[in-house]
Design a binder for this molecule. Structure first.
Ligand code: EPZ
Length: 419
């Protein structure tokens, strides 16, 4: 597994371009199964998770090509509804494909999905949502779904699960009648999925709010669909927090302020000034040292995103003062904390809360355990004195295209050591 070597203390200057959103593209790949034609995804990030999902489509009988930033998915040939166990074990988003398979074939079968090690990730919300549509679910070695008698109806999610919201949207698009999904997730990436489904001839409204309504249609369009996903608010937020750790002045091309309000409010108070150049380009000027961020609670959108909780905690380790981060989405998403402690960070994890007292950090050898925790270690290393070696950076490659290339272009002293 490759590693990064970072020599901290270099301020960041220059422009970073944000890619298309990983958490839009993965459900879009799942939804492409509904199109017995070609789905062309523009501005698609070259990251491991995209390749894994595209390979699953290939194993289902489809094909894909990925050139430049365009991913073409040929899904007419999809001919099985059994997801390949070796690949579903690598990625949580594979479970999103079951809803599309149920719509296309009436059936779906999957092993338990894998994915980032960020705590317990049951499937009960997905399963109960599909059962509300009269999908029968049998759980054994695999989970088998039968939509032979599926019908539209009312779905109420016990928690606004992003994946379950997207999964049941895809399962409902061809069910006669009206399906309402209540207490659904409001993440912006779900709006991309809704827009793609409607390009296919589906009738979905309400994405981005707590209630989504799907009017079933008899059949969907078959042919070539082109879609450009929104920019990745988590990548943008990660780079905003890189500056809070390293200092300097950067331009972010592809920051959607409205989708990043919760983070921008926090860092504007304690770490930087943000100046608008146009609706996607912002200049960020950092104070010499961030101040403690106070209490930050990660919760469903529009709250502060759990996918930025590790990165903010890392910035807090370097800030002057106190920060308390709490994660109400993934309560045990703090495995990176012990790695930060190896760099001298003063932080204590109590259940789903992390109390941080900022101080100077020193380089060390640390190990990435998951995507965002790995990114957090890079951020801490940018602001630490001396050399940090980060092992297992393939976790970071899951969700960031050329993370070290972008950091190096901003002036960071970072090398990838291929092992
Ligand atoms: C999506 O994962 C994202 N992944 C995650 O991003 C993100 O952290 C998460 O939403 C929350 O915003 C993609 O979109 C591909 P959830 P998902 O279902 O759908 C519990 C990243 O770093 N839950 O909203 O899997 C679950 O355990 C990744 O980019 C159940 O209990 O997340 C968690 O505590 C990581 N039963 C909470 O709900 C279920 O059936 C939210 O999970 C489903 C979820």
């Amino acid at each position: 597994m490759d590693r990064f070597v970072i020599n901290g203390g270099k301020k960041l200057f220059g422009r970073v371009n944000i890619c298309g959103a990983k958490n839009s593209v993965l459900p879009l790949i799942a939804a492409s199964v509904l199109n017995e034609g070609v789905t062309r995804i523009r501005n698609c990030p070259k990251i491991r998770d995209v390749y894994i999902m595209a390979k699953i489509i290939e194993r289902l009988g489809g094909k894909y090509t990925f050139s430049g930033d365009t991913l073409d998915l040929y899904t007419e040939g999809v001919s099985t509804w059994v997801l390949p166990e070796d690949l579903t074990g690598e990625i949580r988003a594979s479970v999103f494909i079951t809803g599309a398979l149920i719509s296309r074939f009436g059936y779906a079968e999957t092993a338990k999905p894998g994915g980032c090690n960020i705590g317990n990730r049951p499937l009960d919300i997905h399963i109960n949502a599909l059962k509300s549509l009269n999908v029968t679910v049998s759980e054994g070695e695999t989970i088998a779904f039968s939509g032979a008698n599926a019908k539209s109806g009312k779905v109420v999610l016990r928690f606004p699960s992003v994946g379950a919201t997207e999964n049941v949207m895809m399962a409902a698009v061809r069910l006669n009648g009206t399906t309402t999904i209540e207490n659904c997730a409001e993440e912006p990436e779900i709006i991309d999925l809704q827009n793609y489904l409607n390009l296919l001839g589906a009738k979905v409204v309400g994405a981005g709010t707590r209630t989504i309504i799907v009017e079933g249609v008899n059949k969907l369009y078959r042919g070539e669909i082109e879609f450009t996903p929104r920019s990745d608010r988590i990548e943008a937020g990660t780079f905003l927090l890189c500056g809070a750790c390293a200092g300097g002045e950067i331009e972010i091309n592809g920051l959607n302020i409205e989708e990043s309000l919760s983070l921008c409010k926090i860092i504007r108070r304690n770490a930087c000034k943000i100046y608008r150049k146009d609706d996607k380009m912002y200049t960020v000027k950092y104070y010499p040292r961030a101040k403690g961020f106070g209490r930050v609670i990660a919760e469903p959108y529009p709250g502060f995103p759990t996918d930025l909780q590790p990165q903010l905690t890392a910035a807090a380790c370097l800030a002057e003062g106190l920060t308390v981060t709490e994660d109400r989405v993934f309560p045990s998403r703090f495995s990176y904390a012990e790695e930060l402690a190896k760099m001298g960070a003063d932080l204590r994890v109590l259940e789903n809360v992390c109390v941080v007292s900022g101080k100077r950090l020193s380089g060390a050898t640390v190990s990435a355990g998951d995507l965002r925790g790995g990114a957090a270690l890079c951020l801490a290393a940018l602001g630490a004195e001396g050399k940090t070696t980060i092992l297992n950076v393939s976790h970071i490659d899951r969700g960031y295209e050329g993370f070290e290339v972008k950091l190096k272009s901003l002036g960071a002293d970072i090398q990838r050591i291929v092992t």
